[in-house]
Design a protein around this ligand. Sequence first.
Ligand SMILES: NC(=O)c1ccc[n+]([C@@H]2O[C@H](COP(=O)([O-])OP(=O)(O)OC[C@H]3O[C@@H](n4cnc5c(N)ncnc54)[C@H](OP(=O)(O)O)[C@@H]3O)[C@@H](O)[C@H]2O)c1
Length: 298
Amino acid sequence: MKIGVCGTGRMGSAIAQRLLAVGHEVAVWNRDAAKTEPLTEAGAKALPTPAALVEGCEAIVVMLLNDAASEAVYRGPDGLLKGKLAGKLVIDMSTVRPDTMQTIGASVAQHGAAFVESPVGGSTAPAREGKLFALVGGERADVARAMPVLEQLCRRIEHVGALGAGSAVKLAINLPLLVYWQALGESLTICKPLNLPADRLIDIMSDTAGTPTAMKGRGAVIAKVLGGEPLGPTAFGVNAAKKDLATAVQYARTLHAELPVAASALACFEEAEAAGLGNADATAISTHWPQRQAKAKS
Ligand SMILES: NC(=O)c1ccc[n+]([C@@H]2O[C@H](COP(=O)([O-])OP(=O)(O)OC[C@H]3O[C@@H](n4cnc5c(N)ncnc54)[C@H](OP(=O)(O)O)[C@@H]3O)[C@@H](O)[C@H]2O)c1
């Protein structure tokens, strides 16, 4: 199948790699064209605009940072909505506000294409392995049409309702995880005066009921950073994580609900971003907090 990947940041690149690996003809577009180079070296074709991407593909997988990026890339001068969309399939995997998926989905449908929202759980490694967890919203027939592609990218696919429902569930699954990274930083702050070896402390924390499965992959990295080593490559940035918390808090307001713990964690993520950690991996939140407290004391 000819599949376009629109947005080749960390996740879009990993998804494009997976689509190439399973034998699709892959085309890519990214605002910063330099990020398409590793993919063209691996066999993808880079196209100059989102509209050109639509032209040459049967299906388009969209993976953009946030609501502003979605607005720009769909509705911009050479945006996706300017391409020949009739008869095509658009699968949007970005994590954005539910109403953004609804309005963009309606615009895409007006141009005669099928639109499915499918934000995902799982980071770059699961994306490369086809082991994401898709939270899907859309019309049943459109979702059925998207299934063959989703099945090559995901280990689990949950169709949770109409457009917007997938985004709401995605925001819901990230909320406790992101609160956890801050909560872990606070736990480590309490333990700091004990001077326990970092790997032992993380091992103790990890063998408890309150620990998310994400610690299986990230615990060792956090222990290394606590021990003085550099953080290493970013899988999911502090900036994107902050956006998810902010989006959840904003979305809850539209439901006339308050999220006090998420709002409090959001303030900590904002503070970490202001301290220069925006591009660091979200797990930097857990190591930043004890360091920040130590600095504040001295
Ligand atoms: N990383 C993860 O582990 C993970 C896991 C699940 C879901 N997600 C979600 O997946 C989405 C992408 O995340 P990511 O980690 O791949 O982020 P990323 O590496 O920062 O990539 C963001 C992408 O959005 C594009 N973009 C940002 N602002 C734009 C604008 N105004 N106009 C056009 N393009 C714009 C970037 O283009 P440039 O390269 O030109 O800046 C890039 O292609 C986010 O919604 C995130 O919450 C991420």
